[in-house]
Design a protein around this ligand. Structure first.
Ligand code: ADP
Ligand code: MG
Length: 643
């Protein structure tokens, strides 16, 4: 049999590689900007048309390329940035794979002009779908200019897959912002369809952040600075009162590269613990420098995750330094209304050296002697009760004074009855009538009928401020409070929007809410749908929204939250038809207004929630397709006990 394996021709291999490197115009923007940064440019211009679909041009004043390199740079695995595998451990450039230009050239019309400082003439190359169309000497300024036109011209499926200009533009914007934030010392300009989006002169981090975000950002920022052997942290976090509903302004850079890290994000969030309103997200711009050999260099071109050698230490340092900054700038105590002041470190302890805890050991302690001795022991060590429990291996030490609360519960006489305390005593049949008789219920879509809930579920219990447990005839249901409330609100909003004319409450003083130009554009588009929920808007200005009436089921203070959430839910564009617009709005409002996990609910509220849920058309799932409750039948419980 003849052999069947063949090497793929270069242009095919390049097209395949392009699938990984270039997903959308924004990927090209990222690669070209990063190349310009790597070329040590001090001035970089980005020019795009139609969100990058018809043109992406990046012009830099960097080192440029000589004739040979100008041709070679389009070859696959052609890079000037590493020579051997070891170089990967001391990487100081963005690129190193030598794949980007080859990939882009495979799926677009590309034109490059480049010149090195010392050369008289530069090189002008045109390459289309991996084919060199022309190469000539040309009079061009120092540096390099790439123009990429008609992206995916030869892969119609990919081209059709692109989203609307609004969405693609947003992605380009994200990439631009990431590179521009990481390199404040470079002058960046950005034009879209002929209008200037940004002109950012070389500056420091603070000015760059303010230049990119909006004018008001400056007053929100608190600096963070920390220099240790394993990490240097610079940057800013925002004061808690300016936290937003979305995660749009959260940036980590590691060695000047934008990264995402759930773990480090968690460290930041934990530094804000107790300072943020429910569901709010602080903005942060954190620039971390670590030795290149302590991170995993195998960074996929399109991925932004990263692995650190010593994550735990970084976590601790990051958290501590942000906490310190928030404290130092006196943000914490002022805003911390809800916190129990008793839990705070008294001020005069701040900055004091922590004392090493000492363990007092009672050398006379003998666990086998009688109770009297034990009590003596417990008292003697009452200051260090946590040690006394581990020190005393015999169970009897729990009867000592420091555990008196606990000992009451384990006293044999009180224990079994106490298991029933709180269960429905006014309605004893609910337990007695059929505690262990099972109805061989078929699992129907609603799992139990509604009267069953009404009659039996007169008692509800909240556990972990998260679930509502309620006994039903066949066992019990466990309701997820947040999801259940989302379902209720979602159906309410949808009903208001589609059937009822929603009632509106007039505000005494209209609210002025400030948004960026692109956000305002989105809000304008949504106004008709929002009005059906009960919002009333006055004529808005270009940079702010004037709200004069709000839906009856929300409060004034929730308005900005609702709109922020809505904007963040619409990052992928506004749905075209009004039905899905209503659906998106109802979902988003349900999400922002629903009680959250962690909220305490009174018995009445728990009751309303359970009843409200089962009055819904579709009580089984949340608007986000997650189960709202589960049923545990007595059989299921029995099975657990049978183990
Ligand atoms: P990588 O950046 O991974 O090396 P690329 O395909 O992006 O791979 O670029 C290939 C090479 O082309 C780079 O290593 C660099 O030498 C050269 N190059 C690309 N863009 C520029 C630029 N704007 N200025 C100077 N040289 C460039
Ligand atoms: Mg590159």
């Amino acid at each position: 049999m003849s052999s069947i394996i063949q090497l793929l021709p270069d242009h095919v291999a390049n097209q395949i590689a392009a699938g990984e490197v270039v997903q959308r115009p924004a990927s090209v923007v990222k690669e070209l900007l990063e190349n310009a940064v790597d070329a040590k440019a001090t001035d970089i211009k980005l020019i795009i048309k139609d969100a990058g679909k018809s043109l992406i041009q990046v012009i830099d004043n960097g080192v440029g390329m000589n004739v040979t390199d100008a041709r070679l740079c389009f070859a696959r695995h052609a890079t000037s940035k590493i020579r051997q595998a070891e170089d990967l451990f001391s990487l100081h450039t963005k690129g190193f794979r030598g794949e980007a230009l080859a990939s882009i050239a495979a799926i677009a019309h590309m034109e490059m002009k480049t010149k090195q400082d010392q050369d008289e003439l530069g090189t002008h190359i045109i390459i289309e779908g991996s084919k060199f169309v022309s190469q000539e000497a040309a009079v061009v300024p120092k540096g390099t200019s790439f123009a990429v036109k008609n992206l995916f011209f030869n892969i119609p499926a990919r081209r059709n897959f692109l989203k609307s200009d609004t969405v693609e533009f947003r992605h380009v914007m994200d990439e631009f912002q990431r590179v521009a934030l990481a390199h404040p010392n470079i002058h960046f300009t950005f034009y879209h369809n002929g209008s200037e989006m940004y002109n950012l002169p070389a500056a420091g981090y603070r000015q760059r952040i303010v230049g990119i975000m909006s004018g008001k950002t400056n007053e929100k920022l608190v600096p963070v600075n920390e220099d240790t052997e394993i990490i240097n942290i610079q940057g800013f976090v925002c004061k808690p009162e300016f936290a937003k509903k979305n995660r749009g302004e959260q940036f980590f850079f590691v060695n000047d590269r934008f990264i995402k890290s759930g773990y480090l994000h968690h460290a930041v969030m934990s530094a804000y613990e107790g300072l943020l309103k429910d569901g709010c997200q602080p903005s942060y711009f954190l620039f971390l420098q670590v030795p290149p050999n302590t991170i995993d260099i195998n960074i996929h071109p399109t991925k932004t995750e990263i692995k650190f050698d010593d994550e735990q230490a970084l976590y601790a340092i990051l958290r501590a330094s942000i906490k310190h900054s928030l404290g130092q700038f006196n943000v914490a105590p002022v805003l911390d209304f809800d916190r129990d002041a008793n839990l705070d470190t008294p001020y005069h302890y701040k900055d004091m050296e922590a004392e090493t805890p000492t363990i007092q050991v009672d050398t006379t302690f003998n666990p086998f002697t009688d109770d009297k001795t034990n009590q003596h022991y417990s008292k003697a060590s009452s200051g260090t009760s946590s040690y006394s429990s581990s020190g005393a291996s015999s169970g009897s030490s729990y009867s000592g004074s420091s555990f008196s609360g606990y000992s009451k519960r384990v006293e044999p006489t009180a224990s079994w009855e106490s298991l029933y305390v709180g269960l429905d005593t006014e309605n004893p049949e609910s337990i007695e009538s059929s505690p262990f008789t099972f109805e061989n219920e078929e699992v129907t879509s609603s799992l139990f009928n509604e009267d069953e809930v009404e009659q039996v579920a007169q008692k509800t219990y909240q556990i972990h401020k998260k679930y509502i447990v309620s006994p039903i005839k066949s066992g019990m249901i466990i309701v997820d409070q947040q999801r259940a409330h989302q379902r209720i609100l979602y159906e309410q909003f949808l009903l208001n929007m589609t059937v009822n004319q929603a009632a509106s409450q007039q505000l005494l003083f209209p609210l002025d809410l400030f948004y960026s130009a692109s956000e305002m554009k989105q809000i304008e588009e949504l106004k008709p749908s929002l009005e059906t929920t009960g919002f009333v808007f006055d004529d808005s200005k270009t940079d702010h929204l004037v709200v004069s009436g709000i839906p009856v089921n929300i409060t004034e203070s929730e308005v900005s939250l609702v709109i922020e959430q809505l904007l963040s839910d619409l990052q992928d564009g506004i749905p075209a038809n009004s039905f899905s617009q209503n659906d998106t709005i109802a979902k988003s409002m349900a999400k922002s207004l629903a009680v959250k996990t962690g909220s305490y609910l009174t018995e009445k509220e728990q009751d309303n929630l359970v009843n409200g849920l089962f009055a819904c058309k579709d009580p089984n799932i949340s608007p986000f397709q997650k189960p709202t409750f589960i049923t545990m039948r007595v059989e299921d419980i029995d099975k657990k006990f049978a183990l």
